[in-house]
Design a protein around this ligand. Structure first.
Ligand code: DOR
Ligand code: ZN
Length: 344
């Protein structure tokens, strides 16, 4: 008999859906498996105000396949001009579930992000008051800091000072990539959580660079040494509620990935559940998969867990290597091993 695994329907606590044709092309992959996702606001121009988030929310609903049951959880892009009252109104509406902090220049479309962290103090204080989480892209941007050290330096120089200055602020360290981040998260109270992507559980920096450069493995924060990947695997499969899934699935066309200065991002929405089942099984932790994908996230975001289930069966999935979009093909993340589990 085929082995099966039934778990609560999962959510994705960090997702890039883009807009327009790309949104229409990638949304079905997420909506097929996930009930909800925290939607990143780094569009061009970014989703800064409540009004912009409302409009983007409507465009996402409009792009959903007809039979889909999917709820986008919107975020606001934090700038130095963000108005605390607008943030409070957005949270009050129930549409917006977090504010996203991009240090200016840290990654794709982050030019309007924050340079002077003192200028966001009033917004952070209001968020602490109302319990609205701050999602953090945790990398410093100083040119002299080595790209492989940028997360660890951010924790010391930016994240920890912000949290000390704003008691009660609820923070999600997003797409953590280092043992340093795992250790930091473990040492904090329940106001802090961390998301982990699918791809950072699978690749280290050798996968990007050894034996030829692999643009499809380039993302930000960039994958680190093997010891860090192993720390992430241990955290994800530990069952600790502070760690949960945020895929950071970030589609770019192949044309934009394969440039001399290619875009950062791995498109994992399509095969994340198959890859994760394999990762958790390989680590003897299939019983911890549901917590990571379906229980810990809602608990942190103070939302109910989903009412329905999904079932995976141990049968090789047939998945395309690319999806077609009106802007050109987008390559699906290749974990480098054969997948044995599929969502039925
Ligand atoms: O790899 C990434 N891609 N990391 C990010 O932080 C942004 C994302 C994107 O929007 O393409
Ligand atoms: Zn992201």
């Amino acid at each position: 008999m085929t082995e099966t695994l039934t778990i609560r329907r999962p959510d994705d606590w960090h997702l890039h859906l883009r807009d327009g044709d790309m949104l229409r092309a990638v949304l079905p992959a997420t909506a097929a498996h996930f009930a909800r996702a925290i939607i990143m606001p780094n569009l061009v121009p970014p989703v800064v105000t409540f009004a912009q988030a409302r409009a983007y929310h409507a465009r996402i609903l409009d792009a959903l396949p007809q039979d889909a049951d999917f709820t986008p959880l919107m975020t606001l892009y934090l700038t130095e001009d963000t108005d605390p009252d607008d943030v409070a109104a957005a949270a009050e509406s129930g549409l917006v579930h977090a504010v996203k902090l991009y240090p200016a220049g840290a990654t794709t479309n982050s030019a309007s992000g924050v340079q002077n962290f003192d200028s966001i103090r009033a917004v952070l204080e209001r968020m602490a008051e109302i319990g609205l989480p701050l999602c953090v892209h945790g990398e410093v941007t100083e040119a002299e800091i080595d790209i492989f050290d940028r997360e660890a330096v951010f924790i010391d120089r930016v994240l920890d000072p912000i949290r000390r200055a704003t008691p009660g602020l609820r923070v999600v360290m997003e797409h953590i990539t280092t043992r340093n981040a795992v250790d930091y998260a473990r040492a904090q109270d329940g106001t802090l959580a961390a998301t982990i992507t699918t791809h950072h559980l699978v690749i280290n920096r050798n996968h990007i660079l050894a034996g030829g450069i692999k643009p499809h493995y380039y993302c930000l924060p960039v994958a680190k040494r093997e010891e860090h990947r192993l720390a992430l695997r241990a955290a994800a499969t530990s069952g600790e509620p502070r760690f949960f899934l945020g895929t950071d699935s970030a589609p770019h066309t192949d044309a934009n990935k394969l440039l001399p200065c290619g875009c950062a991002g791995c498109f994992t929405a399509l095969n994340t559940m198959s890859i994760l089942a394999q990762v958790f099984e390989d680590d003897g932790a299939l019983d911890k998969l549901e917590g990571f994908t379906s229980l810990h996230g809602p608990a942190f975001y103070r939302l109910p867990v989903n009412g329905d289930d999904i079932t995976l069966e141990k049968t090789a999935p047939t998945l395309p290597a690319q999806i077609e979009t009106a802007e050109g093909p987008v390559t699906v993340f290749d974990p480098g091993f054969d997948l044995k589990w599929r969502v039925v």
